[in-house]
Design a protein around this ligand. Structure first.
Ligand code: MRU
Length: 391
């Protein structure tokens, strides 16, 4: 008999009731990652490096391939990194069952996945959850079955929590819409915290989709998000697929728009939020929070609890900030004559530093939109929503 942690069974029940749906691409429902329908040894995913100009589905059959997909950002965004690590551990279990020393193999696989990217806490969260559940299996077959179910549960839970974030965030947008007497509500978002950053729905975009689907007049300012342009490539694409009105802007245009009252609300995602409310997100988020404070614009962070680090108190001191290759800053990549190319912007001899994330201190955060509701960005308020994490 395979036993699961309490809340895993609840999620399993939701799946059984078929209440989880994907967002449409060209009229067809899609998640960002799924098991190949006719071969459960293969995981399929949308290779986001080619979006928005090409829709490529990649097949992953080993933990090495999954580690490469995470490190080289075929998949990216905290929620999806977690779900990908969950499936990576399952693929590792399949391989380990064919070899000796199952647990040793899994320890190696866990280390390989952990080493891919440092900032998104969902990565280590998913790996630990898999190791904990797999350890309950007595035989290799039981461990593989446990790894499969856990990977599916992590993915389903991610989708369901994002759907709930959508409903709680919708209430916030509705409040603002009331004060605007049916005039358009202008939301600004940074990077991509959409369904492409998760398994479905997204975090920051979930309230936007819910508001749009409920008929609220809405417009989204989308920052391009240098250096990898997740805003112009991914957020603009997914909002367009869903028919949501949006405008692309340069990252540095945000302050100007707020000074001219063109922004009613900011909603961003997070890769790691401390239990005290400090928020790590894509580089540039902190500057938007500062401008929001200076212009009295509400600054919300949408996140599933899988992105909360219950061991970290001080975000600025403790959250590891990824540094990626200089070429991402010195080049720009895009679509030309039917293919993806990179063009050099900067002089070859100029050095470049490429910080992937920054930390917004809790004082600059108006509130957190989680799957259980909205709370303030402080320890007491967060623990009230998640009492099981009481110290
Ligand atoms: O480098 P990326 O594309 O993985 O960064 C993604 C972000 O910073 C998102 O805003 C973040 O993951 C929050 S949404 C999961």
């Amino acid at each position: 008999m395979l036993r699961f942690a309490q809340h895993d069974s609840a999620i399993y029940a939701l799946k059984a009731r078929g209440q989880l749906r994907s967002v449409k691409v060209g009229g067809k429902h899609f998640r960002t990652i799924w098991r190949k329908p006719d071969d459960e040894r293969v995981v399929q995913l949308i290779d986001q490096r080619f979006l928005p100009h090409d829709f490529v589905i990649e097949e992953v059959g080993t933990v090495e391939q999954m580690a490469t997909a995470i490190r080289e950002m075929h998949v990216r965004g905290a929620g999806l990194i977690g779900a990908s690590a969950g499936y990576g551990m399952y693929l590792a279990a399949l391989e380990a069952a064919r070899r000796d020393s199952f647990d040793e193999q899994m320890t190696g696989a866990a280390a390989q996945l952990r080493a891919t990217r440092p900032t998104a806490v969902n990565l280590s969260w998913a790996i630990e959850r898999q190791l904990q559940n797999i350890a309950a299996g007595k035989t290799a077959d039981e461990k593989v079955a446990m790894a499969l179910r856990t990977a599916d549960l992590i993915a389903d839970e991610d989708a369901e929590h994002c759907r709930m974030i959508g409903l709680h965030g919708l209430a916030l947008i509705r409040q603002i819409a009331k004060t605007k007497r049916k005039k358009t509500v202008n939301v600004l978002t940074h990077c991509n915290a959409g369904w492409l950053a998760f398994v479905d729905y997204g975090s920051a975009t979930a309230p936007i989709y819910a508001a749009h689907d409920s008929g609220l007049p809405l417009h989204v300012w989308v920052t391009e998000t240098r250096p990898r342009n997740q805003g112009s490539k991914l957020t603009a694409w997914e909002l367009g697929q869903h028919g949501v009105s949006h405008t692309l802007i340069a990252d540095s245009a945000t302050g100007h728009l707020m000074q001219h009252s063109e922004v009613d609300l900011i909603i961003v995602g997070t890769d790691r939020t401390t239990y005290t409310g400090d928020v790590a997100n894509k580089i540039g988020t902190y500057l938007k929070a500062l401008a929001a404070k200076a212009n009295d614009v509400p600054f919300y962070v949408a996140l599933p609890s899988s992105s909360i680090d219950w061991k970290m108190r001080d975000g600025l001191k403790e959250i590891p900030i990824e540094q990626r290759g200089a070429d991402e800053v010195k080049n720009a990549d895009g679509w030309c004559d039917g293919q993806q190319i990179a063009v050099r912007i900067a002089p070859d001899q100029s050095p470049a530093a490429n910080y992937g994330f920054d930390v917004t201190p809790r004082e600059l955060v108006t509130g957190l939109i989680t799957e259980r509701g909205v709370c303030e960005a402080n320890e007491n308020s967060i623990r009230l929503l998640f009492p099981e994490h009481a110290p």
